[in-house]
Design a protein around this ligand. Structure first.
Ligand SMILES: O=C(O)CCC(=O)C(=O)O
Length: 302
């Protein structure tokens, strides 16, 4: 019952609770544990600014880089509101005590999502995956942050992306979304630095052959407010994700819910884009209101 109240609360539009907040990149860098001098400035350095400007120009040709922050989300407490009012509608399963058989019977075979607690142990976060460790190891390596209109990958050096992570003021920032770690010689070591959870040891994509294998292994770093629009994964499979730092908001729809409903395009605010921040702040609450929470087979969680 408590969950129910919580969910209804979030699904009500939170716009009336939005407040102005102070943009403070120095404390953001501190929170992320980034110690290098380049994160002690009050704004992004000129090399990073140029690289980012160029990437933005190529990534979204329908809007100018100057327009990326037009809604001033960065000056608001929207992300905090989404965090505090997240309806927790997903089962938690203890990785340490749940057998693969139990998981298959109760979740995988029913197409039911869940979150494993105690599973980040498959990654040695302190030793390898803190922001500072990632920065030290990979700062001069380029990773994918977008695609141009011809589908060509846009890659930038991680050191510039980390500056962007700290200093950007975009409404829906670039999202580092590398889909081919195995193609980047200097980053391949990452693959040895985690263990595939015991439930997912079978690699079904191997059966389609290496040439046709779709992207199946990603490395993601998302600045505040970044995200993907609702989508179906390659070959309709379900991914497992481990969140190593920070928070990530999810909404998962049952495959029966029509795409036209899920996408909620008619609720895109005038003059805005169809992106994750708009979806969670503005479009999803309207969609739920129109459909009725009880009629919409969806799960929302952090
Ligand atoms: O991190 C995201 O925004 C999406 C991750 C993803 O695409 C997936 O697991 O399907």
């Amino acid at each position: 019952m408590e969950n129910q109240t919580n969910s209804n609360y979030y699904y009500n539009d939170l716009s009336s609770k939005v407040k102005e907040v102070v943009f403070d990149p120095k404390s953001k860098a501190k929170k992320l544990g980034l110690k290098s001098d380049r994160f002690r400035e009050s704004r992004m350095g000129s090399s990073a600014s140029e690289v980012i400007y160029d990437a933005k120009q190529r990534d979204r040709t329908y809007t100018k880089p100057e327009q990326w922050g037009k809604s001033n989300y960065y000056k608001t407490n929207w992300c905090q509101l989404l965090l505090e009012n997240c309806p927790d509608e997903i089962d938690r399963i203890d990785y340490l005590t749940t057998t693969p058989e139990y998981f298959v019977e109760n979740y995988e075979s029913k197409n039911k999502p869940c979150i494993f607690t105690n599973s980040a142990g498959n990654f040695n976060i302190e030793k390898y995956w803190t922001f500072q460790q990632i920065y030290n190891r990979y700062k001069d390596i380029s990773f994918k942050v977008g695609e141009d209109d011809k589908g060509k990958k846009i890659r930038i050096k991680l050191k510039y992306f980390f500056e962007y992570l700290v200093y950007n003021t975009d409404d829906s920032p670039l999202y580092m979304f590398e889909s081919a770690i195995e193609d980047i010689k200097e980053a391949r070591k990452m693959i040895e630095k985690y263990e595939v959870p015991k439930y997912f040891r079978e690699d079904l994509f191997q059966y389609i052959g290496e040439r046709k294998r779709p992207p199946y292994r990603w490395f993601l770093i998302g600045p505040e407010r970044s995200g993907t629009t609702v989508h179906i994964d390659p070959l309709q499979t379900s991914a497992w994700n481990t969140s190593l730092q920070g928070y990530k908001r999810w909404v998962l729809f049952d495959p029966n819910v029509p795409k036209s409903v899920v996408k909620a395009k008619k609720f895109i605010p005038a003059g805005e884009e169809d992106d994750a921040i708009q979806y969670f702040c503005k479009m999803l609450p309207k969609l739920v209101q129109e459909e009725g929470r009880e009629n919409l087979e969806a799960i929302n969680t952090l």
